[in-house]
Design a protein around this ligand. Sequence first.
Ligand SMILES: C[S@@+](CC[C@H](N)C(=O)[O-])C[C@H]1O[C@@H](n2cnc3c(N)ncnc32)[C@H](O)[C@@H]1O
Length: 225
Amino acid sequence: MSSNTASTDATDSQPDDRGRPMSSGDIAALYDDMAERYARFDWANRLFSGPLRARAFGDAEGRVLDVACGTGTNFRYLPSTAQLVGVDISADMAEAARAELARLGRGGTVYRMDAQQLEFPDDSFDTVISALSTCTFPDPVAALDEMARVCRPDGRVLLLEHGRSDTELVGRFQDWRADAHYEEHACRWTQDPLAHFPATDLTVVDSEEFFLGMVTVIEARPETL
Ligand SMILES: C[S@@+](CC[C@H](N)C(=O)[O-])C[C@H]1O[C@@H](n2cnc3c(N)ncnc32)[C@H](O)[C@@H]1O
């Protein structure tokens, strides 16, 4: 496994249902540019998302993979017993996540890697977690299938995802800003995160919505069970 590999081929773009064409290479470059700002304002992110991260990931067990770990915002909410591996396609986000591990004084390894082509053997993690990520993957189904593949058959895939509000006024604002938001963050914030699952090798066993339906905590299991 390489700590510095990622698919950055500009030809790997997969337009989503709204025809947004950013490739993994584009997305890596965008997040490289934003990494310092994300790390600096991580405290503000945690103010609103911290309790939900604790709820979603607080009982992650064993060998834990954090997919698209960003600056490592999830790390502090994992049990101290978790053996942590993080991956992110952005080298600068991955570097910030390593700094977060050091700041927290906890062990773990962070690799630069594409969630759609994880460089880990089948069944190699007890728990796979990911936050606010399916909205940015060019191919969310491929990434979710990779999470299912590397998760032990009796393990769990725990996600904290976001999408279009079910409060119509808020949802319409998101629709109006959708293209601009995608340009700025490579984020499809009008997605329905649960809509990906029927096409994947994961089965949703529990889900709960928060913040006017914009945030969803999901527990899924590999379908082979
Ligand atoms: C909105 S940020 C979320 C970061 C972090 N999970 C959090 O909750 O704060 C999205 C992250 O997904 C990463 N990302 C996007 N596409 C990816 C891919 N194909 N493989 C791995 N990471 C990816 C970005 O680099 C970025 O760090």
